[in-house]
Design a protein around this ligand. Sequence first.
Ligand SMILES: [Zn+2]
Ligand SMILES: [Zn+2]
Length: 318
Amino acid sequence: MVETVPAETPTVLAPDSPNAIGRMLGLLGDEWNLLIVQQALLGASRYSQFMARLPISNSVLTNRLRTLVSDGLLTRRVHASTRARTEYLITGRGRSLWPALLSIWQWERNWVTGHRETLPAMRHAACGSHFTPLLRCNTCQGVVTGAEVALSLGPSGTWARSAPAATTRRRSESDTTERHAGLFPETMSILGNRWAAALLVAAFLGTTRFTDFQNQLGAPPSLLAERLQTFCHIGVFTTSPTERSGPERAAYLLTEKGLAFFPVLAAALQWAQWWFQAPEGPAVVMTHHDCGAGFTGELACDRCAERLSGGQVSTAAI
Ligand SMILES: [Zn+2]
Ligand SMILES: [Zn+2]
């Protein structure tokens, strides 16, 4: 299947190819892709600038730039001047990732304690304050957390289609040492792993039991047990044992930290479902309980209540 990607037009997905979740995980489940897009949003455009700003090797940078260009997040421009110069410019598709990046930043800053010193606060240029982004419902303007939005699977939302393409999986599995810059470690333990990401989506869909996770996702039990353990270890899930206890009987529930990941998931899904459209319908349908409308999120400043735009968020934090 050949796919052409005009940078500013949504990609129409072929039947049975990875859906929006799969495309999202293929791109955002790689920390280098996130960091390169972040630097492009901050103004980097030349190979040497990315090299100078990121602790990245030549081969990884070359590989990721190629991926980001072919998926339409960056566009490559060659200047035929005296000395040929190549620039990688952010496209609308790449630029519109800022709410997901901002939400990742916020979640890591708030919930991953090892970071507090290294991830600076964000400043809202419009009001001049250090702020926390709030996720609001676009329809009713109500502030939402993970518990107030219902998720269900849409027409293209089969688990088989929700995995990244095989080439992406091979790449991420073969270069695990290269793929972690360590800036967003816990985000990567969720988004950077196929089963982990699927588990989290399933948890937001309301799944709690080992056997239900297993039946829905078709995950190998040993891998599933390992991911559940990781999620409990980093505090995204907690277990609630029943009387006839055992790992299969325990309920795995999202913790406050797990629920707080919702803005990342919502922003990433919203981005992916806009830019990678399945003709038969979305992979995930989100509904806001309070107003009953289909949920689309927007980010607002907690200080001045203004809706945020990418260009107004300053300092090193995008
Ligand atoms: Zn609403
Ligand atoms: Zn503000």
